[in-house]
Design a protein around this ligand. Structure first.
Ligand code: NDP
Length: 391
C-alpha cells in the first residue's frame, strides 16, 4: 500500500468505524502534480492538464454514483484538474451536475481553488422558448441553474454550447460577458462553432472586454473537420482548443474489437454511440490497434497523443466509465513522440488505403521527388521492387 492510500485508510479508521470507502474522508494524493503536464490555453495564462475529464456519460442518475465519485477522485489524484459539464448532461438532464455537486461537497470542496470546472448552455434543457439556444435569457437562467445544481458560487469556464442561428451572435456573446461581470464565471468559451463563426465570436468578445479563452470542438482520428480552418483561426486569435470525444466515444479503443461488450456505451439505450456506428469502423480500428501495439501503447493512448502532438491542442477531453480507463488514458503521456513512418501508417489507415510497407516507401519517394529532392538509390530499388509486386 502506498503512502497516500495508507493515509486515507488511517484517516478513515480515526474518523469512521465503518471502513466502507463511501464514508471515508478523501485526502488528495500529495504527488498529484508530479506526473501530469499542463498547457496554456492559447495565449492566455490559464493552464489545463493535457488530459481533462468530461461528465457527459457515466455520471447521470442512471449510473452508479460511487463509480462516478471514484473516477473524479482518482482523476484529481492523477493531476486532472479540469472537469467539464453542461446543463443537460445526465440522463436525466441536469443529473450529472447534481452528482458532481455531491462529489464536490463530499470530496473536492477543499480543493476548489485547484479545480477548473466548466459548464455550458445551448441545448434543450427545459420546456418553452427559453429552455435552449443562445438568448441572454436562456444562457443566464441556465447558468444560475447549473450553479445551484453543482452547489458552486462560480464556474471557471462558461460556454455557449452551440451557435444559435436565430439569435444575433452579439446577444449570445453579451450573455457570456455578463456571466463574467456578474462573477458567475471566470472565463468564457464556445463549442461547436465553425471557423468563421468562431472568428466573429472572438471579435465581439474582444470588443466586450471578455476575451474568448477556449473552443471545444469534436475532434478525433475519425472526425477531422477542425483541420480545415478552425485550428488556424484559433491559433491566430490566441484561443485554446479542447477536443471532445477524442476517442470517438470509445470506438478508438480496443473495446469493440470483438463485438459490443455489455455495459459499453454502444450497448446502453441512452448512450450516444449507436450500435450501427460500430461495425463500419472496426476494420480501421483493428489496423490502428496494430500500429498502437507496435508503439507499445493501447489504441486509446495512441489516439490521445495523436491529437496532442499538435501544440494548438490545449488538452483532450476524455470520458471514462472506470478508474482503470482513466489510468490507461493518462498513461498515454509516457509516449508522445511519433516517427514519420508511424504518422504515415496512421494516415494510410484513416484514408482507407490498404497498408503495405512497400507502398508506404513508394509514397515517400514520390513525395521526395515532388519537392525536387534527392532520391536515395536504396529507395529507388525498393520502389522498383514494389512496382514489380503491384503488377
Ligand atoms: P471519449 O471519446 O473519450 O469517449 C469516452 C468513452 O470511451 C468512455 O465512456 C468509455 O466508454 C471509452 N473509454 C475511455 N477510455 C477508454 C480506455 N482507455 N479503454 C477503453 N475504453 C475507453 O469522450 P466522450 O464522448 O465521453 O466525450 C468526452 C467529454 O467531451 C464529455 O464528457 C463532455 O464533457 C465533452 N463533450 C462535449 C460536447 C460538446 O458539444 N461540447 C459533446 C460531447 C462531449 P464506455 O462507457 O463504453 O466504457
Amino acid at each position: 500500500m502506498d503512502r497516500h492510500n495508507f493515509l486515507n485508510l488511517a484517516l478513515g479508521l480515526i474518523l469512521n468505524t465503518n471502513l466502507n470507502h463511501k464514508n471515508m474522508l478523501y485526502v488528495a494524493d500529495e504527488n498529484r502534480y508530479s506526473q501530469m503536464q499542463y498547457h496554456k490555453c492559447g495565449k492566455w495564462g490559464l493552464k489545463l492538464p493535457l488530459i481533462s475529464l468530461g461528465l457527459w456519460h457515466n455520471f447521470g442518475r442512471v449510473d452508479v454514483f460511487e463509480n462516478g465519485r471514484a473516477i473524479c477522485r482518482h482523476a484529481f489524484d492523477l493531476g486532472i484538474t479540469h472537469f467539464d459539464l453542461a446543463n443537460n448532461y445526465g440522463p436525466p438532464p441536469g443529473s450529472a451536475e447534481e452528482n458532481f455537486g455531491k462529489i464536490m461537497q463530499l470530496d473536492l470542496a477543499p480543493y476548489r481553488d485547484e479545480l477548473i470546472i466548466s459548464s455550458k448552455a445551448g441545448y434543450q434543457m427545459w420546456p418553452g422558448p427559453y429552455g435552449e439556444w443562445g438568448s441572454r435569457k436562456s444562457m443566464l437562467s441556465s447558468l444560475n441553474q447549473s450553479l445551484k445544481r453543482m452547489n458552486l458560487d462560480y464556474v471557471d469556464i462558461f460556454y455557449s454550447h452551440r451557435p444559435d442561428p436565430n439569435t444575433p451572435l452579439e446577444e449570445t456573446m453579451m450573455a457570456l460577458d455578463q456571466a463574467v461581470r456578474q462573477g458567475k464565471a471566470l472565463y468564457v468559451g464556445i463549442s461547436n462553432y465553425s471557423a468563421p463563426m468562431a472568428a466573429k465570436a472572438a471579435q465581439i468578445l474582444k470588443e466586450l472586454g471578455t476575451p474568448c479563452l477556449i473552443h471545444q470542438p469534436k475532434y478525433s482520428m475519425f472526425e477531422r473537420w477542425v483541420e480545415s480552418g478552425l485550428l488556424n483561426t484559433l491559433e491566430i486569435e490566441g484561443i485554446g482548443c479542447i477536443p471532445f470525444s477524442p476517442l470517438a466515444q470509445g470506438l478508438l479503443t480496443d473495446k469493440y474489437l470483438n463485438g459490443i461488450p455489455e455495459g459499453s456505451r454502444a450497448s446502453k439505450s441512452w448512450g450516444f454511440l449507436k450500435p450501427e456506428q460500430v461495425d463500419p469502423a472496426i476494420e480501421k480500428v483493428k489496423k490502428l490497434n496494430d500500429v498502437a501495439q507496435q508503439r507499445g501503447q493501447t489504441l486509446a493512448q495512441m489516439a490521445l497523443v495523436w491529437l496532442l502532438k499538435d501544440r494548438r491542442i490545449t488538452s483532450v477531453l476524455v470520458g471514462a466509465s472506470s478508474v482503470a480507463q482513466l489510468d490507461d488514458n493518462v498513461g498515454a503521456l509516457k509516449n508522445m513522440e511519433f516517427s514519420k513512418a508511424e504518422l504515415q501508417q496512421i494516415e494510410l489507415v484513416l484514408s482507407g488505403e490498404s497498408f503495405d510497407p512497400l507502398k508506404l516507401k513508394v509514397r515517400e519517394i514520390s513525395e521526395v521527388k515532388a519537392i525536387g529532392g534527392e532520391t536515395p538509390s536504396r529507395a529507388e530499388f525498393i520502389q522498383n521492387l514494389a512496382k514489380k509486386f503491384e503488377r
